[in-house]
Design a protein around this ligand. Structure first.
Ligand code: HAM
Length: 426
């Protein structure tokens, strides 16, 4: 048997319904925040990620799916969404629009050649937002608030927001110099990756999963002491807006993020659910005021985040949250050939009137049809037989109370309208 590639998974059955429920909530939420949908290709020129995500990041140095296309061009499957959205912003000159800030959202598969483990896939789905053209700390806070609101809407309780700042270019440079000086005597004790990080991006040593247990890393200088006035004020304002939005957060100086492009605010939301395992970061993001310039030589500030769909679904499962995925309003049971013909347009009509309707396609007997209606958790069953047809009536059975009534066909829609609640929306 041919099996799925390592680190990938299939979506079907109940899980498929749950994912779609969450996707619908995401889409509806983005409508409310007035963000616009963007979609970029799944593969891009490899240089985009080398320049955009950063040569020294694990993602680019070890994890991209690279290939040469038939025209001998170097291509990569996208490991994340930000670089592609920035490329699109530049190529389509969205940054020149008057209606700034340009607030965008996206959803789709990303690819990283990582060692598969719980919460870590080679193909995974990210939902993300990227906002361009404004430096306002209010947007940093809004971006942080989006996943928090989403998790709350879905009923997740065990989440912790951690924020930090990396300051502007000047502050970050000062901090970098201080770290290089501080780490100098200890470099030889670091893991292989951190020895390279020391040369290329010493900030990343702080969040190394291997070396972060070392005392010298715990006592390393903190960015907060190297921030210039502008950077300090930006961070203070982000915190003020988070307070106004009543978002609980913790300032964690160890949050530096795995991608090179951040300036000022960085954040992560962690799952605090028992059994979640090591990959407990539900989402992450931050401000990146130099990235657009690095990719396309235009100065456009940006801020955004992305969340992993698989980790979100896992958190929901571990918190035993049942999503309202069953919404079959009516199951139609025709008895006999004539009734079947009659129910074909009837089912279509009910669907066009906004109900979720299914019917018997398997020619089951009545008893098995009742069983099937239970399996599908239908709210109502419509029974159509010779007698009903003759009298232009339908028999409706409430599948919860098991109560059965007969009504005139022309009254059917208004009866159902009264008795079936609209499916839930946010
Ligand atoms: P990231 O931290 O690399 O950031 O990924 C964001 C989220 O994607 C993670 O918190 C995690 O939930 C999920 N994720 C990452 N790798 C995997 C994996 N192998 N399997 C399952 N889930 C995964 C970014 O990608 C940035 N582009 C975020 C951003 C947007 N920053 C600014 N704008």
């Amino acid at each position: 048997m041919i099996t799925k590639p390592k680190g990938t998974y299939d979506v079907y059955g109940e899980y498929g319904k749950e994912i779609q429920y969450v996707e619908n909530i995401l889409q509806s939420l983005m409508g409310k925040y007035h963000y616009e949908y963007v979609r970029t290709p799944i593969f891009e020129a490899s240089t985009l990620f080398h320049r955009g995500v950063g040569e020294t990041t694990d993602i680019v140095s070890k994890e991209t799916y690279d290939f040469k296309d038939r025209g001998n061009r170097d291509m990569s499957l996208r490991p994340e969404g930000t670089a592609g959205v920035v490329r699109s912003l530049l190529e389509n000159k969205m940054y020149a629009r008057e209606d700034k800030p340009i607030k965008t959202w996206y959803y789709g598969p990303m690819y990283r050649y990582e060692r598969p483990q719980s919460g870590r896939f080679r193909e995974f789905y990210q939902f993300g937002v990227e906002v361009f053209g404004s430096d306002s700390p209010l947007l940093d806070a809004e971006v942080i608030s989006i996943p928090v609101v989403l998790y709350k809407l879905l009923g997740l309780k065990g989440v912790k927001v951690k924020i930090n700042t990396l300051g502007d270019r000047e502050s970050r440079e000062n901090y970098r110099t201080a770290l290089i000086e501080y780490f100098k005597p200890y470099v030889k004790d670091f893991c292989e990756d951190c020895q390279i990080r020391y040369e290329k991006n010493p900030l990343r040593i702080l969040d190394c999963k291997i070396d972060n247990k070392l005392e010298i890393i715990k006592n390393a200088p903190q960015i907060i002491d190297y921030l210039n006035e502008t950077s300090k004020q930006h961070f203070e304002k982000v915190k003020k807006y988070l307070d106004l939005l009543e978002i609980d957060y913790e300032v964690d100086p160890k949050i530096v993020r795995g991608l090179d492009y951040y300036t000022h605010t960085v954040f992560e939301v962690e799952a605090e659910v028992e059994g979640f395992g090591a990959q407990n970061v539900l989402c992450g993001g931050g401000r990146y005021n130099n990235l657009v310039n690095t990719i396309g030589n235009v100065d456009v500030p940006g801020v955004g985040f992305a969340l992993g769909m698989e980790r979100l679904m896992k958190a929901l499962e571990l918190e035993n949250i049942t999503l309202p995925t069953n919404h079959l309003d009516i199951y139609v049971v025709p008895i006999g050939e004539k009734a079947l013909d009659y129910s074909v347009p009837l089912v279509e009509n009910l669907r066009m009137n906004g109900f979720c309707v299914d019917m018997d396609y398997m020619n089951r007997n009545i008893k098995s049809n009742f069983k099937q209606a239970d399996r599908l958790q239908a709210k109502f069953i419509i029974l159509l037989g010779e007698d009903e047809l003759k009298k232009s009536i339908v028999t409706i059975k409430n599948n919860q109370t098991k109560e059965e009534i007969k009504i005139k066909e022309e009254k059917l829609i208004s009866y159902l309208d009264k008795n079936i609640e609209e499916s839930e929306d946010i």
